[in-house]
Design a protein around this ligand. Sequence first.
Ligand code: OOG
Ligand code: MG
Length: 262
Amino acid sequence: MSLTKEQINELAEHLENAELQAHDVKKITDKYPDMTMAEAYEVQWEIRRRKEARGNRIVGMKMGLTSRAKMEQMGVDTPVYGFLADYFEQPEAGTIDISKLIHPKVEAEIAFVTKAPLKGPGCSVGAVLAATDFVMPAVEIIDSRYENFRFDLISVVADNASSSRYVTGSRIADPRDVDLANIGVVMEKNGEVVEVGAGAAVLGHPATAVAMLANMLGERGEEIPAGSVILSGAITAAVLVEAGDNVTLRAQGLGSLSFRFA
Ligand code: OOG
Ligand code: MG
């Protein structure tokens, strides 16, 4: 580690303030070009600690950059994780206040809700499916705190993988009853189809991303607790939204969900 604990804390405060005040900042590797991935995750865990100290609950986790569409869109090649705090969740059919966000984008995902803990190393897709209570369609609203949504892997990990908001559909399904690799999703903005994809875009099967998350957390001695919401990563590229936009996600066999930005 080349950064001191004080520098990690300062970076966490800097990035969290950008999130809470909805303003963009320069990517942190401009100032700390030698920062490591381990240090980037330290910053993210410090942001998480700050939120918990303020009384926010951590309700789950997300994987990001798990599909080719996303890796190509963002110019990076390795999946990353982030955490989900209670206030990230937004109701279906509701309105998201865009003034609290910087330059949000929407992406289609499958959410898993666990009924048993998942711990790596050695966590498999079978273990994920056995520990899954149900799956739901989800739209993640990402909002990088970096100028023009441009970053490298280290900067985005420190910035909690651009996590901002998410909306889940109300139709739940047993993962045994849906073919998650072949599930089709259609995302619409203002009634027009903007992205389509299939579950297999996420590492061949969305549950693979959840297993990868458990294995990454296992390296820190952490696990996915029972009752967590896990966003498995965007199936499609992310689409920029603005005030007034309506977003709908239709997921084959899992119904649809809609919400708007104002
Ligand atoms: C990083 C977060 C990516 C996903 O589902 O791929 C992500 C970003 O693109 O800003 O959430
Ligand atoms: Mg995502």
